[in-house]
Design a protein around this ligand. Structure first.
Ligand code: NAD
Ligand code: UDP
Length: 319
């Protein structure tokens, strides 16, 4: 039902996940009504349990590969497993979530004339041959490899967003999110920051895949959420795609050393085989984000890691 007040009703799919739960929190702080939709595939109720007492927050169990009939003004479409371990566990479902999920959420946005934002990814650039990556780069993606279910699913979702925009005049926003970390990452998530911190805190070996010379640029979650909300607030003629991430680039070996130093861990570093199609380098060019969102990240790697280590220390009972 349309509300009679002026409160904006915002839906976050994947809202019980790592990024989604922080986004729900910030949207509530901004005064919005928030509908969090999630099938708890990789997210958990625990991530949003603290929001449940808020009367402006609603939690709905739903799989976005099926149609959804609700009434909202804005949609943030984040539903999709994001860690390679999780998205490769059931690759067919991963593609369905990106593609059918996009079709269902775009259909909903079309009926409601709602604004819709897609959580796309730096993975659309694949193993990039230009560096840093600008949004006009079309990418270098293997269509049949182990990462393809995620990369190609997200690329197809971008296609659908732009076709709905051209064909149905939908108001769309596409964010290409680069590696983001912070509290509420799942401890067994498999992504590098959570893996290294959990390993360091438990005194277990730190697992570097390959020789550790591959690079990533790590964005702290609060910066990322600010970027997404600013993107949603841009004028209708700005659709993106726009890179959102932190340009500070580190090798995986440097990250391991930094985590060991900050945790004071005695963990040793061990090497494991590099997974196939693992991108060699990744760094966002933020020119567009600076210009259109007046945004750039403010949390450097060290303070961001300290906050994340604090979170995992409490979670693992190490404080
Ligand atoms: P996450 O796994 O913590 O969150 C994804 C959420 O989507 C989970 O709560 C999960 O249960 C839910 N979900 C999965 N399939 C669903 C389905 N079919 N129906 C309903 N809900 C479903 O991951 P995250 O890091 O929070 O990522 C959120 C979004 O941001 C994803 O779309 C991801 O591709 C994108 N992204 C994240 C990063 C990053 O570094 N964190 C980088 C690039 C893009
Ligand atoms: N990685 C690693 N050890 C781990 C987990 C990941 O060396 O325990 C590497 C992985 O091979 C990749 C980088 O860290 O080169 C980032 O991996 P992640 O899964 O976090 O994200 P993505 O590869 O999707 O950027």
């Amino acid at each position: 039902m349309r509300s009679y007040g002026t409160t904006k009703r915002v839906m976050v799919t994947g809202g019980a996940g790592f990024l989604g739960s922080h986004l729900c929190e910030r949207l509530l702080d901004s005064g919005a009504d928030v509908l969090c939709v999630d099938n708890f595939y990789t997210g958990t109720k625990d991530n949003v349990a603290h929001l449940l007492p808020n009367p402006r927050f609603e939690l709905m169990r739903h799989d976005v590969t099926f149609p959804l009939y609700v009434e909202v003004d804005e949609i943030y479409n984040l539903a999709c497993p994001a860690s390679p371990v999780h998205y490769q566990f059931d690759p067919v479902q991963t593609t369905k979530t990106s593609v059918h999920g996009a079709i269902n959420m775009l259909g909903l946005a079309k009926r409601l004339k709602a604004k819709i934002l897609q959580a796309s990814t730096s993975e659309v650039y694949g193993d990039p041959q230009i560096h840093p990556q600008t949004e006009d780069y079309w990418g270098h993606v293997n269509p049949i490899g182990l990462r393809s279910c995620y990369d190609e699913g997200k690329r197809c979702a971008e296609t659908l967003f732009f076709d709905y925009h051209r064909q149905h005049k939908l108001r769309i926003k596409v964010a290409r999110i680069f590696n983001t970390y912070g509290p509420r990452m799942h401890p067994n998530d498999g992504r590098v920051v959570s893996n290294f911190i959990v390993q360091a805190l438990k005194g277990e070996p730190i697992t570097i895949y390959g020789d550790g010379s591959q690079t990533r640029s790590f964005c702290y979650v609060d910066d990322l959420v600010e970027g997404l909300m600013r993107l949603m607030g841009t004028p209708d003629d700005f659709t993106g795609p726009v890179n959102i991430g932190n340009p500070g680039e580190f090798t995986i070996l440097q990250l391991a050393q930094q985590v060991i130093e900050l945790t004071g861990s005695r963990s040793e570093i061990v090497r494991k085989p590099l997974p196939s199609d693992d991108p060699l380098q990744r760094q966002p060019d933020l020119t567009l984000a600076r210009r259109h969102l007046a945004w750039e990240p403010t949390t450097a790697l060290t303070p961001g890691l300290q906050k994340t280590i604090g979170y995992f220390s409490t979670l693992l009972g190490k404080t």
